[in-house]
Design a protein around this ligand. Structure first.
Ligand code: NAI
Ligand code: MG
Length: 364
């Protein structure tokens, strides 16, 4: 059998810096765990624009469609602000998501005990938190027609339309149930079925899909009540599945329960490929952080955790993903901190590669 394939797109700003640490970890898995990936690397975002005049070359797009998983750093930066919208670095990322049809966006909210003090919530509310928000990413109100700003009588009217087909709800619900089967076997679906027809259909379809997963406990919550529960007692959840708009808000709020942007991974999954693996793009939630780029200050953990998600969700290596997450937990418990994880007074921070060194040492 051939090795699993991974396309690495470091991108711009701190992207290449954090990705360099992930490459060392990928090499470690090859050397120490006999887990070898066919890794290829290419350009995306401003880096691709600089070389090809486009934020994503067609050859790179084609490659992304073939590999088992794509791992992306970050795109963008002030240097590219002057560019036309059509070639902005972000367009490279959007093209990947669109052409790979990545409809399920996975945003974990996970709290490492050593960082529980960082949360704006009480320590016992977040310590040990491990939930997953699945946000529908390719439909809903951000895409629905009609849309626009029109003149009506003497005033302007802004219009957006929430529209979901049964099949769009079905496939993202399936992603959520499949995830729950590998986790805590609970799915909570959030919509506003009390005031939105799209929410009524959402609830019906999720309930139908749920019948195929009798082992998974399904509950429903209105999204506003869900927002309250996320702040009050987030540990009641395992997997939350919701639409594009509510998911945008709920996943950002949930992310902040656990602290720094430098710690947050994500995955975007699409339909299963011929080998049964979903199309997949893994990336840290943060951007290219131009304010610290090139200074060795970036926290590589978000990107490393994105690779851990790839191990779990694309390569069926849940135990190896856990090994990596445990190593990070150890490093944090030992007090190793990049600058973003230090409070005002704080000890001396380690550099990006210093954090990489510590994670590798913990893995050994
Ligand atoms: P950002 O996430 O790049 O930075 C926000 C703040 O968090 C900055 O102070 C930064 O230094 C800090 N930060 C982010 N990641 C960090 C890490 N790993 N370690 C330590 N500190 C970290 O968001 P911002 O400043 O709004 O955007 C900067 C550029 O990135 C823009 O060009 C934006 O368009 C792009 N961007 C790209 C994204 C992506 O590639 N998915 C997502 C968000 C923004
Ligand atoms: Mg958002």
């Amino acid at each position: 059998m051939s090795n699993p394939s991974l396309l690495i797109l470091p991108g711009d700003g701190i992207g290449p810096e954090v990705m360099a640490e992930v490459r060392r970890i990928i090499d470690w898995y090859g050397d120490k765990r006999g887990l070898t990936f066919d890794v290829s690397e290419d350009l995306v975002g401003g880096a691709a624009y600089d070389k090809h005049g486009t934020p994503l070359h067609d050859d790179t797009m084609a490659k992304a469609q073939e590999v088992d998983a794509v791992l992306l750093g970050a795109v963008g930066g002030p240097k590219y602000d002057v560019l036309d919208f059509s070639v902005k670095p972000e367009r490279g990322l959007l093209r990947l998501r669109k052409e790979m049809d990545l409809y399920a966006n996975l945003r974990p909210a996970q709290c490492f005990d050593a960082l529980a003090d960082f949360s704006s919530l009480k320590k016992d509310v977040v310590a040990g938190l491990d939930i997953m928000i699945v946000r529908e990413l390719t439909s809903g109100i951000y895409f629905g027609e009609p849309r626009g700003i029109i003149e009506e009588g003497n005033e302007r009217v802004g219009i957006n339309t929430q529209r979901y087909t049964e099949s769009e709800i079905d496939r993202v619900a399936r992603s959520a149930f499949e995830l729950a089967m590998r986790r805590g076997k609970k799915v909570c679906s959030m919509e506003k079925a009390n005031v939105m027809e799209s929410g009524i259909l959402w609830r019906e379809v999720v309930t139908e899909v749920g019948k195929e997963y009798p082992e998974v406990e399904l509950s429903h919550m209105y999204a506003d009540a869900g927002a309250m529960q996320l702040c009050r007692w987030p540990k009641q959840f395992d997997v939350i599945v919701t639409d594009n708009l509510f998911g945008d808000l709920l996943s950002d709020a949930a992310a902040m329960l656990t602290g720094s942007l430098g710690m947050l991974p994500s995955a975007s999954l699409g339909a299963p490929m011929a080998n049964g693996r979903p199309k997949a793009l893994y990336e840290p939630v943060h951007g290219s952080a131009p304010d610290i780029a090139g200074q060795g200050k970036a926290n590589p953990i978000a990107c490393v955790l994105s690779f851990a998600m790839a191990l779990r969700y694309s390569f069926d290596q849940g135990a190896e993903a856990e090994r990596l997450e445990k190593a990070i937990e150890t490093v944090l418990a030992d007090g190793v901190r990049t600058a973003d994880l230090l409070g005002e007074e704080g000890a001396t921070p380690v550099s990006t590669s210093g954090m990489g060194d510590a994670i590798l040492a913990a893995l050994d």
